[in-house]
Design a protein around this ligand. Sequence first.
Ligand code: MRU
Length: 353
Amino acid sequence: MTAMDTIDYARYDRIRPIRWTGDALELLDQRQLPFATLYVTSRSSDEVAEAIHALIVRGAPAIGIAAAWGVVLAARDVDAANGAEALAKLEPAMARLNTARPTAVNLAWALARMRAVLPSAGPDWRDVLEREARAIETEDLAANRGMGASGAALIAPGSGVLTHCNTGSLATAGFGTALGVIRAGVAQGHIAKVFAGETRPWNQGARLTVWELQEDGIDATLIADSAAAHLMKTGQVQWVIVGADRICANGDTANKIGTYQLAIAAKHHGVGFMVVAPSSTVDMATASGDLIEIEERDTAELLSFRGERTVAEGVGAWNPVFDVTPHELITAIVTERGVVQHPDAISMAKLFA
Ligand code: MRU
């Protein structure tokens, strides 16, 4: 029996943010959660690109999966005798999908996979694309389950953990990355207490993560982002566990804004810092974190709450939505290919060269 066999996935893995109906893509509208569970239907690749940009679907792996289905939708509007011919005709739609969000490498990775199957495809190239999109989704779920077990194995029984943003079923094909480790760790008794930061300004932690955990019957305690260092100082957490949007060749990791300050606080307090991400998030072509494009979003996210302005008129804001944690601050990167302890360019190359 493996560690994965001890996890009841029917209990711990019920939410699905992406549904392919056969002729349309249904995306769980994450702007409406937790009070409304509504799916938005996309019937074209441009609608998928807009859904990614608007955060209807979000989280690095989920963005990649949605983009892959976006290519399947784009294929509906293309007339081509074979995959090679289709490839050129699909390029504008794929370019628009690629620019929907800049930081998560899973988007470009998924589009590259969709491109790669076309040159050798014959007249059934549309079926080939659909099979590839399905494979991307299925492989992500399997990777998450594997990472859940190997991440949980690093955590001593009875530990407290803090997570940031939302890295769960909502952000992936299912089960989640960092949240998958937390699900597995709770199931196996390694994790006794879960804290989630609210993740200002979009509140992925407050609106999504604690809701997801509640759906599973996992007790989670919400904290203000600004309470994290105090939480660590009071000895209540032994690990910070986060996901990633891009992991560079030297282990530097881009993730939701606020991750970097959590890593600094964790180092100061002797708390472990675990990054959990599938190999589709690893970008060996980018040498270090200072080369990553950091998305900046509309300052309205910061100046308003649910459409209502909360800050005096005339006040400006700066809204970078990701930051980069230097590899020196990371205790372990957990992937489905293996765990990189104290990552650097050498240890990363051993697993991903
Ligand atoms: O802006 P978001 O909500 O897409 O940002 C998501 C994150 O930063 C996640 O931590 C990351 O994508 C990993 S999701 C498994």
